[in-house]
Design a binder for this molecule. Structure first.
Ligand code: SF4
Ligand code: SF4
Length: 70
């Protein structure tokens, strides 16, 4: 299945704005650190189908981490 929402995790600063704005509550924070030393946001593969492509997460992200597809 094609992913609906993609996170460029290396740019994430773990502000959690996307986590809080997602109406489906499918965005999580990884235990691992990215190269900048932050815990990046992501959506699990099994949760991708729950995404409604509203793009609120991408609009909220201050670091252009997120791409949303229909
Ligand atoms: S596009 Fe909407 S539903 Fe999908 S992850 Fe982003 S905020 Fe959540
Ligand atoms: S809003 Fe952007 S920078 Fe903040 S946690 Fe989400 S993906 Fe990372």
């Amino acid at each position: 299945m094609e992913k609906k929402v993609i996170f460029h995790e290396e740019y994430c600063k773990s502000c959690e704005l996307c986590v809080n704005v997602c109406p489906k509550k499918i965005i999580r924070i990884k235990d691992d650190l990215n190269r900048q030393g932050y815990h990046p946001a992501f959506v699990r593969d099994e949760d991708q189908e729950l995404c409604i492509s509203c793009a609120l997460c991408a609009r909220m992200c201050p670091d252009a981490v997120i791409e949303v597809y229909k």
